[in-house]
Write a protein that binds this ligand. Structure first.
Ligand code: AMP
Ligand code: GLY
Length: 511
C-alpha cells in the first residue's frame, strides 16, 4: 500500500514513523516532509496549487491512502476530491472540517448539540461587535472565525483590548477574510487539556488525554504558539472520567453532524478548559494536534494504519477500542488497566477536582482503560525545541546536531521527531519555528520528563530555546504533597519570584 502523508511538521514525522511500523509494510511518501520524514519514507515535492495539484500528484504516484496532517487540505476539500477519484483519505469532508475552519459554525453546532462551551456572540459588523464587548464588562476571547494559523484568538482583559482586537480583525483585515466574521466569547478560567478520538459517524475510538503547552515561555507566559510540548496521560483528566466527558463533548457533535447529513470521519479533537463549573469546549480541531500527536503515538502499540484505514473506509466499528454508543467507562480507549480489569481505580492519591463532582466521581468510577493493548501504560512527554524568535520572526539555517546521541541515551524510549528541519548534504538544518520534538517514554511522568530533558541536553542547536517546565503542571496535579522534581523551573521561578527573560538561556546549557 502506498501512503501519502501531507505536511512537514513534527506531527507528520510521528505519523510517518508509526504508520511505517504497520504489518502492511506500506510505502510511505511525505509531501513536502522534513529532515526526519525522509528517514521514515521518501519525501516528495508538492508544488503549490491547491487540491487539484495534490490530486494530480496522487494519480501520478498511484497513492492508495492519503493522510493529511494539518487542517488546511481538509477544509479545502481533499477528502471530497479523493472520494471523487476513488482514493481512500483519512479525515472529514470539507463541510465537516468547518468544525475547525469556522469557529462560528463550531459554536452553533455546540449550541445545538448542548455541548458545554462559553457564552458567545457572532458578528459581521464592527460597530455592533464594539457595542457588545463594551456592554459585556468581563474578560473576553475575541476570535477570527476562519483559519488564522493559530494566531486568530486574542484574550482581552478589558473592553479596550477587545475593541483593539476587533479593529485588527474586522477593519484592518489582519487575517484577511478569516477575520471578517468574529466570535466573541466569555473568557474561561481553568486548566486546558486535549481530548482526541478517531471517529466515524457515531462510533469513536477515544485516545488517551494529552496536555499541550501553548505559551512560548516557562510558567505559561509569553505569546501563544502552536504548542511547545505535550505529555500523555494528563493526570488532570483521569481515565475514569474520559468516557463521560467524551459523551458530553464529542459524541453530541457526532450525532448532530449525522443529523445534519454531514457524518463525521477522522480525528475529532476537543480543546477543553476544565473550569469550576465542569469541562467546557474551547475549540474543535479536525486532525491530530501537534505536539499532542507525538506524545500520543509514542504510547500507541496498535497498528495505526489499520485504525486509520478502518475509519476512512467505514469499518471503525470493528476496530479495537471502538464505542458505538454512550461511552461506558470500560469502553473508552484509555491508557491503563488490563482487559477485564474494570474495577481498576485511578490510583491517584489526590484525584484532581473535575468540578462539579470531581474527586468523588473520579475516585469511585471504574477505570476506562480496558483497551490497554492499544496503549502502553508508560507516560510520554515531548519537549519542543524552537528557533529563537518563534512564534514571531525566527532564525533559520542553523545546523542541528546530537539527535543520535539523544535517542541512544535510553534506547527505544526516546524519539526525536523533526519539525522545521531539512536534510542537506548529510546534515540536518533548522528551517522552521518549531525545529524538533524530543519525546521520551518513562514509567511515570517524572521519569518521562527526566529522560526527555536529558535527551534535549544532547541536542546541539544554536539560537534555539525550549520550555523547561513541560510536565510540571501534571506532576503537581498528580503528586500534590510529593517533592516535585528539580526539573520544574516553573516552581523554582515562582519561589524565587523571578521572571524568565524571553529566549534567554540562563543555564547556558546549549540549545
Ligand atoms: P482556540 O483556537 O479557540 O483554542 O484558542 C486558542 C487558545 O486561546 C486556547 O488554547 C486557550 O488557551 C485560549 N482560549 C480560547 N478561548 C478561550 C476562552 N473562552 N477562555 C480562555 N481562554 C481561551
Ligand atoms: N497543539 C495544538 C494544535 O495542534 O492545535
Amino acid at each position: 500500500m502506498r501512503i501519502l502523508i501531507i505536511g512537514s511538521g513534527g506531527r507528520e514525522h510521528a505519523l510517518a514513523w508509526k504508520l511505517g511500523q504497520s504489518r502492511e509494510k506500506p510505502d510511505i511518501l511525505v509531501a513536502p516532509g522534513n529532515g526526519g520524514t525522509a528517514r521514515e519514507g521518501r519525501n516528495a515535492d508538492l508544488p503549490p496549487g491547491g487540491i487539484d495539484r495534490i490530486m494530480e500528484f496522487i494519480r501520478e504516484h498511484k497513492v492508495d491512502f492519503v493522510v493529511p496532517g494539518a487542517e488546511l487540505p481538509l477544509v479545502n476539500g481533499i477528502v471530497d476530491a479523493c472520494a471523487r477519484a476513488g482514493v481512500l483519505c483519512f479525515g472529514p469532508v470539507a463541510r465537516a472540517a468547518r468544525l475547525e475552519g469556522s469557529k462560528a459554525f463550531a459554536k452553533e453546532v455546540m449550541r445545538e448539540a448542548g455541548v458545554p462551551t462559553a457564552d458567545f456572540a457572532v458578528f459581521n459588523d464592527f460597530a455592533v461587535a464594539e457595542k457588545y464587548v463594551r456592554d459585556r464588562k468581563r474578560p473576553l476571547a475575541v476570535k477570527a472565525d476562519g483559519l488564522a494559523a493559530g494566531k486568530g484568538v486574542v484574550m482581552a482583559a478589558g473592553p479596550e483590548d477587545a475593541v483593539a482586537a476587533l479593529r485588527g480583525m474586522m477593519l484592518e483585515k489582519q487575517f484577511g477574510p478569516a477575520g471578517e466574521t468574529v466570535v466573541v466569547e466569555d473568557a474561561l478560567a481553568g486548566e486546558e487539556v486535549s481530548l482526541l478520538a478517531v471517529c466515524r459517524d457515531e462510533t469513536l475510538v477515544l485516545l488517551p488525554a494529552a496536555q499541550d503547552h501553548k505559551r512560548a515561555w516557562d510558567g505559561d507566559r509569553g505569546p501563544n504558539t502552536g504548542g511547545m510540548g505535550a505529555y500523555s496521560p494528563a493526570p488532570v483528566l483521569p481515565e475514569s472520567r474520559m468516557g463521560e466527558i467524551a459523551d458530553l463533548t464529542l459524541r453530541p457533535v457526532l450525532n448532530i453532524m449525522k443529523k445534519r447529513g454531514i457524518p463525521y470521519s477522522g480525528v475529532l479533537y476537543a480543546g477543553l478548559m476544565l473550569t469550576a463549573d465542569g469541562p467546557q469546549v474551547l475549540e474543535f480541531n479536525v486532525r491530530f494536534g501537534d505536539p499532542e500527536c507525538q506524545a500520543l503515538l509514542m504510547r500507541f502499540k496498535g497498528d495505526l494504519l489499520e485504525l486509520l484505514v478502518d475509519c476512512a473506509s467505514g469499518r471503525l466499528g470493528d476496530a479495537p477500542g471502538a464505542a458505538g454508543e454512550a461511552c461506558p467507562p470500560q469502553a473508552a480507549g484509555g491508557a491503563r488497566g488490563r482487559p477485564g480489569d474494570t474495577a481498576h481505580r485511578t490510583g491517584s492519591a489526590n484525584p484532581p477536582d473535575l468540578a462539579p463532582d470531581g474527586p468523588k466521581a473520579s475516585a469511585e468510577s471504574a477505570d476506562s482503560g480496558v483497551r490497554s493493548p492499544l496503549w502502553t501504560d508508560e507516560t510520554s512527554l515531548c519537549v519542543v525545541v524552537a528557533a529563537e524568535g518563534y512564534p514571531g520572526e525566527y532564525r533559520k539555517g542553523m545546523t542541528v546536531g546530537g539527535i543520535d546521541e539523544a535517542e541512544s541515551r535510553v534506547p527505544g524510549k526516546i524519539k526525536v521527531f523533526h519539525a522545521g528541519t531539512v536534510a542537506e548534504q548529510g546534515q540536518v538544518k533548522a528551517s522552521g519555528g518549531r525545529v524538533l520534538g524530543v519525546t521520551a517514554l518513562g514509567a511515570d511522568l517524572r521519569e518521562a520528563q527526566e529522560r526527555a530533558y536529558a535527551a534535549v541536553a544532547e541536542i546541539r542547536l544554536e539560537h534555539a530555546f525550549f520550555r523547561r517546565d513541560i510536565g510540571c503542571r501534571g506532576l503537581k496535579a498528580a503528586c500534590t504533597g510529593h517533592r516535585v522534581s528539580g526539573l520544574c523551573p516553573e516552581r523554582r521561578i515562582a519561589e524565587r519570584g523571578e521572571e524568565r527573560p524571553p529566549f534567554a538561556d540562563p543555564d547556558g546549557s546549549g540549545t
